[in-house]
Design a protein around this ligand. Structure first.
Ligand code: PGA
Length: 239
């Protein structure tokens, strides 16, 4: 398993449903991994085998995993299959999966637990919607997402939490720096167990705001969607 303690910052690119073979080739020709940080590329599953690991700080991640271990589940990919293909990280519970594919906290919990069994680091995504934020339900929402979606087997060495306010994803909107730091502090203090967890921020991170976000005391890195599709932009973020 990747030694998370080795890194002060972790940057994860989430390509979502984007990319093709020539995009991938061009991307890796231009990608400049910074040896002080951990860089993870999460591609669509058919490209996972083509992702490069040509730097000791560069890793591959999947965007989802099956909750099932094997059997008659057409279209699914298990945690052990990901491991068999040298995948070290996997996003779980991304808000787009919760929203469009009816993923629940229970699904996220089982998936994360299966990944940990295979020594793959689940990146457990949580975040409030705009409506929840406006109704002062951020703390309550995050607390129940954490309680129900983080499995008992998760510790700071084998799992990551990503705070991604749903209203900030792909919108260009971000919480203020103070808000981000406060929410991360809240997450780390829900339970003593979470104090040493690394918590990443995601939601409209780009080269113009990544430095100030990453420098926040309670932020341990970023999960980057749209801006990670432009390799020059991503190079600036991870540099
Ligand atoms: P965004 O997406 O950077 O495009 O807002 C982040 C994410 O969905 O992980």
């Amino acid at each position: 398993m990747v030694n998370l303690d080795k890194y002060s910052s972790i940057f994860i690119a989430n390509w979502k449903l984007n990319g093709n073979s020539s995009f991938l080739k061009d991307y890796y020709e231009k990608l400049k991994v910074n040896s002080n940080n951990c860089t993870v590329i999460c591609s669509p599953s058919v490209y996972l085998k083509s992702l490069k690991r040509n730097n000791e700080n560069l890793f591959c991640g999947a965007q989802d995993v099956s909750a099932y271990k094997e059997g008659a589940y057409t279209g699914e990919l298990s945690a052990s299959m990901l491991k068999d293909n040298n995948i070290d990280f996997c996003l779980v519970g991304h808000s787009e999966r919760r929203q469009y594919f009816s993923e629940t906290n229970d699904n996220v919990n089982i998936k994360s637990s299966n990944l940990i069994e295979e020594n793959i680091i689940p990146v457990i995504c949580i975040g409030e919607t705009l409506e929840q934020k406006e109704n002062n339900l951020t703390e309550e929402t995050l607390s129940s997402q954490i309680k129900d979606s983080v499995p008992n087997s998760a510790i700071h060495l084998n799992a990551l939490i990503a705070y991604e306010p749903v209203w900030a994803i792909g919108t260009g909107l971000t919480p203020t720096l103070d808000e981000i730091n406060q929410v991360h502090d809240l997450i780390k203090n829900f339970d003593t167990k979470f104090r040493s967890f690394k918590v990443l921020y995601g939601g409209s991170v780009k080269s113009s705001n990544s430095k100030e976000i990453t420098e926040l005391s309670q932020v341990d890195g970023c999960l980057i969607g749209g801006a990670s599709l432009n390799v020059d932009e991503f190079n600036t973020i991870i540099s």
